[in-house]
Design a protein around this ligand. Structure first.
Ligand code: PMV
Length: 317
């Protein structure tokens, strides 16, 4: 028996970094997915296979997850351990992870993998509800990133377009836009935690300026939510450019990222960093009239692809 589940990646449309200081962010899941396929095996091991390689762990060693050499594999072994414990069973499992999402560039691949693996492994016993899956996926991610807000795993599980802030958590944005974005990858791998620390230092040195920027970001996000409801692409595009300017001011852009935004804005409605910055990706808002020109131009200097908002979230096959 095979248990198959897939979950989407995400992009942040507005509010990254400022969200940590209480401003609202807007994010959506994308149509690029990670699929996890689990099945029982005869050996007493947890085997994880992906395009990056194969990792095995004896079931009896699952209690010592601190010993896992490749840190990024820890969440998956954690999910396997919890699931076996909860079902009081010592059976080997093979988990195959297949991804359409480039890793390490802010497109939510780690969270999507945790969501897909949590659903797929548990599906060997019984299907978890989306609430149960997201809880397990967030616990798993926190084995390597304790301060994880859970935003990525939540949007991956439930799908769609949402706003998020520290006080109110998630609110679906009531619109069913069929927005298209080009994602252009700077190929500069970033480390979200390092960039977040760098912004904290900037804030500590420039408290007044940072407060002013937070207020400006709040206005941008509120206007963006209205524009999303009205499907006003021109307005959204110009708000993205304004948001990018604020991200530049807090020091999370790079020369390559600025070049990508500069090229994208020649034809797209707007463009900005998505995610932590310090490299990673930009998103450019396009429609039928400007997709080809924007893609042709950005492809000269970066890897890029088109994505749309996904409204389905976690899916069992
Ligand atoms: O690098 P990403 O896409 O995971 O984005 C992180 C977004 C931040 O606002 C920088 C951090 C956070 O936890 O919200």
């Amino acid at each position: 028996m095979k248990s198959i589940a897939s979950a989407p990646g995400k992009i942040i449309l507005f509010g990254e970094h400022f969200v940590i200081y209480g401003v609202k962010a807007v994010l959506c899941s994308t149509d690029k997915r990670i699929t996890a396929t689990s099945q029982f095996v005869d050996e007493k091991i947890i085997r994880i296979r992906s395009s990056f390689g194969e990792w095995n762990m004896n079931i009896d060693s699952l209690n010592n997850l601190e010993n896992v050499q490749q840190k990024f594999m820890k969440p998956f072994f954690y999910i396997a351990k919890k699931t076996l414990m909860e079902n009081s069973i010592k059976q080997g499992i093979e988990i195959v992870i297949e991804s359409e999402i480039p890793p390490g560039v802010g497109l939510g691949s780690s969270s999507a993998a945790c969501v897909a693996v949590a659903a797929s492994v548990n599906g060997l016993f019984h299907k978890l509800s989306k609430d149960e899956v997201v809880k397990l996926a967030i616990q798993a991610e926190r084995t390597i990133f304790e301060q994880n807000s859970g935003a990525d795993a939540s949007v991956s599980t439930f799908g769609g377009l949402v706003s998020y802030d520290l006080k109110e958590g998630f609110q679906p944005i009531p619109s069913r836009n069929d927005l298209s974005f080009i994602i252009s990858n700077s190929a500069q791998v970033h480390n979200t935690q390092d960039v977040v620390k760098q912004v904290r230092k900037f804030k500590e040195k420039n408290e007044d300026l940072f407060n002013k920027l937070c207020n400006e970001e709040t206005d941008i996000v509120n206007n963006a939510i209205t524009s999303l409801k009205e499907n006003n692409l021109n307005k959204l595009g110009s708000l993205m450019l304004k948001n990018h300017e604020l991200l530049r001011q807090i020091g999370v852009s790079t020369e390559k990222i600025d070049l990508l935004v500069h090229e994208a804005r020649k034809t797209a409605h707007g463009a900005k960093i998505t995610g932590a910055g310090g490299g990673g990706c930009i998103i450019a808002l396009v429609d039928n009239s400007n997709t080809k020109d924007t893609l042709d131009n950005l492809r000269k200097i970066s890897d890029c692809f088109i994505t749309k908002i996904d409204y389905s979230g976690l899916q069992y096959a």
